[in-house]
Design a protein. Structure first.
Length: 300
């Protein structure tokens, strides 16, 4: 039985060599694997149905894609496939971390934080040039933990989204649990922006996040990102899950609450994008298959 067309499952990126023999059966040269395997990813079936109808693109957090990169994706993806792109960190970090990759900017305030013109000019332009709009899922604005007050953050978010074009969709992922509340929800709802329900180390559970959002979605679509076990660091989750070839530990709460949220999405005729990371249970494709099976049982 086909899953509801309102539900799109995918993984956080697709370039894992640990999936060879599972998702990837073709032989790829090591130098071309990441560039050429997307087409086979899209063809991967579960119970005779395409398993993935979306995918997260995390690489665009570090630099916006070029129009040529997007055209290369277009040559590999089917007509009904959408990609969810992380937004360039130059837009989403208020202060550069003290990391070597930032060079002289490390530790300094980011003057381009929530710069709408920069987002329009450098992030959105390649999508228009490549005519990628029909395949563009929600843009994911990931805001890592910061020291801004809820009032300041929500005010700046409100101003920023008020300046963006309406022909793309946007979703906000926060890592500060204290921001979840009325002001934040109002900003998202006023602009038709989705909250990203993130199952992540130091955030509340998915159910708790939904309760803090008054159990109401803020856009015609929503996004769930299943990233790491709660109360576990990125490093520990990575070490536990590598080399991403099998389920290392099921997360029953994560699965149960994902199914609950998605069932509400379906009942309200909204679209859900569910993006699963290997670091959650060890092998994202197997986690997705289990979630799909649970939803199909719930639908019967």
């Amino acid at each position: 039985m086909l899953l509801s067309p309102f539900i799109r499952f995918g993984t956080s990126t697709w370039t894992y060599e640990g999936w060879q023999g599972q998702v990837y059966l073709k032989k790829y040269a090591k130098t071309t694997f990441a560039r050429e395997c997307l087409g086979e990813y899209c063809q991967y079936l579960h119970n005779g149905d395409p398993c993935f109808r979306t995918v997260g693109n995390d690489s665009t957090f570090y630099r916006p894609p070029t129009a040529n990169q997007l055209r290369h994706y277009l040559n590999q993806i089917p007509e009904d496939f959408e990609m969810c792109f992380k937004v360039w960190e130059e837009i989403t970090i208020p202060t550069y971390a003290k990391q070597a990759r930032y060079g002289t900017k490390a530790g300094q305030p980011n003057q381009r934080f929530l710069d709408a013109k920069l987002f329009n000019d450098l992030v959105l332009t390649p999508y228009r040039e490549a005519k990628f709009e029909p395949h563009t899922g929600p843009f994911l604005f990931e805001f890592q933990r910061h020291g801004m007050s809820s009032e300041e953050f929500c005010s700046r978010l409100n101003t920023f989204f008020g300046q963006l074009p309406q022909d793309f969709r946007y979703a906000v992922e926060i890592r500060n649990a204290g921001l979840l509340g009325q002001d934040y929800r109002n900003v998202l709802e006023n602009h038709g922006i989705a909250h990203v329900y993130n199952y992540w180390s130091y955030m509340p559970s998915l159910r708790d996040q939904h309760q803090r959002m008054e159990e109401r979605f803020t856009a015609p679509f929503t996004v769930l990102r299943l990233l790491t076990p709660l109360k576990m660091s990125y490093e520990a989750a990575k070490k536990r899950a590598e080399p991403y070839t099998k389920i290392v530990e099921e997360l029953p709460e994560m699965r149960r609450e994902t199914v609950e949220l998605v069932k509400q999405v379906m009942a309200e005729k909204r679209t859900a994008y569910v993006l699963v990371n290997n670091r959650s249970e060890g092998n994202a494709p197997l986690t997705i298959q289990a979630l799909r099976n649970a939803l199909q049982v719930a639908e019967t």
